[in-house]
Design a protein around this ligand. Structure first.
Ligand code: 3PG
Ligand code: CO
Length: 552
């Protein structure tokens, strides 16, 4: 049983209103023309950096610092917000799956035994993101699984990436996969790709932004119906990419058909299904469609009786899916829960596409709030059916206006928001639009800081990982890489860069500043920092607070 009572901080007063602002995809990088944050007008963020030397610093946001397998892993929003909220570093999905595969434990687990029951007579379907991005899934984890014996008939339903990896890389990943499946066929396993589509257009929506995305996936994967039909996945991806403005993230849904034009792998009664993404946010909706008897988000036409398991359990509150191959990280005793249990009234807000980041991820992959009497979570609907380079301002100003209202109302002690633009527009690879995104982000920050000034509060401005600060693929020396046509290779993904954290506001006593003895600190150090600023000591096992209170 947890002792939720936090001791009072000896030197920091309580009752300050604190704004915690997460700039999604806002890293620190050298100032060149592909650094959109540098190129954009960002006077507010610039001044935080230059005018208060002990109140601005960098923290690590990638690799081991956020529980990823290695320091070659870029940061992402899931692990970033988990670390920010939980104050400790948990081995994350990517790492847990790696070790379950390495030890073979995955095959002895409840989830694998459950789906295995179908292997004799049914098909094993594997649905997920096909790349080595390591954010939602990893191709090598799928390869180990696919080559595991037991299943006699395997169908893979691929989602092409281009968002956590370079656009255009889908072709290579599909070639690798089809080659692996051919090798399996030589061993007597009937293994094929059955359907596909681009991740942003097919299946991988999140936070119920647009159920049509999931429906397009359902139609191809389960019903075997799609506007495009091909004889192989390599052919599919090559042909679809040859269309004008084609983009891996948005490839239309397709099914693979046999010589009689019949889909090779619809999902039917008696089959087993695994969604092989370890990350939750973009698989939860599909998991609901696969698992829930009662479901009204779209017409499933057919609801096959299958044995379904997730690579991980995606939502611990909803226990969804009920079967899974690897247990998710147990992210308990998050700062949000501690603070609410110590009476901190909390307001959280973002727009739909990032709403779960400052709620679900922040609270350790937990849906809902801890105490509705003390918490209010506000979701601003995102625009649907566009790519965000078309609307690079997104809802940044609406989010900060809502936060401003919450601050000025004095009804909350903590106001927590995520400003999505640097990340969501950065992922489109559109440099001009990303500059606009960075500028409006800075304007949103100003609205918050001004409101905090009015109520004598404190602000904490940070980010979850890099993205907009570097928009090109680079060689080891840091120079942009060219593709075979001599064009700059655009980087749509996140980066390995650290992110800034700035603290300030009239409520921050003049003798509070960043410590100098934590040069290697990361996002997990932020939770204890925020707890301190609320006037409490952080739990003992939290990563140390970034601040100190000097005597003068
Ligand atoms: C996505 O899901 O949009 C990307 O794969 C990762 O972006 P995020 O980690 O910033 O959400
Ligand atoms: Co992102």
């Amino acid at each position: 049983s947890t002792d939720w009572k936090l001791p009072d901080h000896q030197k920091i007063a309580k009752d300050k209103i604190i704004a915690v602002v997460v700039l999604d995809g806002w890293g620190e990088f050298k100032e060149d023309q592909y650094n959109c944050i540098h190129v954009a007008e960002t006077p507010v963020m610039d001044s935080l950096k230059t005018h208060a030397p002990n109140r601005w610093r960098l923290v690590k946001a990638h690799g081991n610092a956020v529980g990823l397998p290695s320091d070659d892993d870029m940061g992402n929003s899931e692990v970033g917000h988990n670390a920010l909220g939980a104050g400790r570093i948990f081995a994350q999905g990517a790492k847990l799956v790696d070790s379950a595969l390495a030890t073979g434990k995955i095959y002895g687990g409840e989830g694998f035994k459950y789906i295995k029951e179908s292997f004799e007579t049914g098909t094993l379907h594997l649905i997920g993101l096909l790349s080595d991005g390591g954010v939602h899934s990893r191709l090598d984890q799928l390869q180990v699984r696919a080559s595991e014996h037991g299943a006699k008939r395997i169908r893979v339903h691929i989602l092409t990436d281009g968002r956590d990896v370079l656009d255009g890389s889908s072709v290579g990943f599909v070639e690798t996969l089809e080659k692996d499946l051919e090798d399996l066929c030589k061993k007597g396993v009937d293994a094929k790709v059955a359907s596909g589509g681009g991740r942003m257009y097919v299946t991988m929506d999140r936070y119920e932004n647009d159920w049509d995305v999931v429906k397009r996936g359902w139609d191809a994967q389960v019903l075997g119906e799609a506007p495009y039909k091909f004889r192989s996945a390599v052919e599919a991806v090559k042909k679809l990419r040859a269309e004008p403005n084609a983009n891996d993230q948005y490839l239309p849904p397709f099914v693979i058909v046999d010589e009689n034009d019949k889909a090779v792998g619809p999902i039917v009664d008696g089959d087993a299904v695994v969604t092989f993404n370890f990350r939750a946010d973009r698989m939860v909706m599909m998991a609901k469609a696969l698992e829930y008897e009662n479901f009204d988000k779209f017409d499933r036409v057919r609801f096959p009786k299958i044995r379904y398991a997730g690579m991980l359990q995606y939502d611990g509150e909803l226990k969804l899916p009920s079967h899974y191959l690897v247990s998710p990280p147990e992210i308990d005793r998050t700062s949000g829960e501690y603070l609410v249990k110590n009476g901190i009234r909390t307001f959280a807000c973002s727009e739909t596409v990032k709403f779960g980041h400052v709620t679900f991820f922040w609270n350790g992959n937990r849906s809902g709030c801890f105490n509705p009497e003390l918490e209010e979570y506000v979701e601003i609907p995102s625009d649907v059916g566009i790519t965000f380079n078309q609307e690079p301002k997104m809802k940044a100003l609406e989010i900060s206006e809502k936060a401003k209202e919450a601050i000025l109302s004095r009804r909350f002690d903590q106001i927590r928001i995520n400003i999505p633009n640097g990340d969501m527009v950065g992922h489109t690879g559109d440099i001009a639009a990303t500059k606009v995104a960075c500028k409006v982000t800075d304007e949103a920050v100003k609205i918050i800081i001004d409101a905090i000034e009015q109520v004598g509060g404190i602000y904490v401005i940070t980010a979850d990982h890099g993205n907009a600060e570097d928009m090109v693929k680079r060689n080891k020396a840091g120079d942009p890489l060219l593709d075979k046509n001599g064009n700059i290779q655009i980087l749509t993904s996140h980066t390995l860069q650290p992110v800034p954290i700035a603290i300030g506001g009239p409520g921050l006593a003049p003798n509070i500043r960043f410590r100098q003895d934590l040069p290697g600190a990361g996002l997990a150090n932020v939770a204890a920092t925020v707890i301190n600023l609320h006037g409490f000591e952080a739990p003992k096992d939290y990563e140390p607070s970034l601040i100190e209170v000097t005597d003068s």
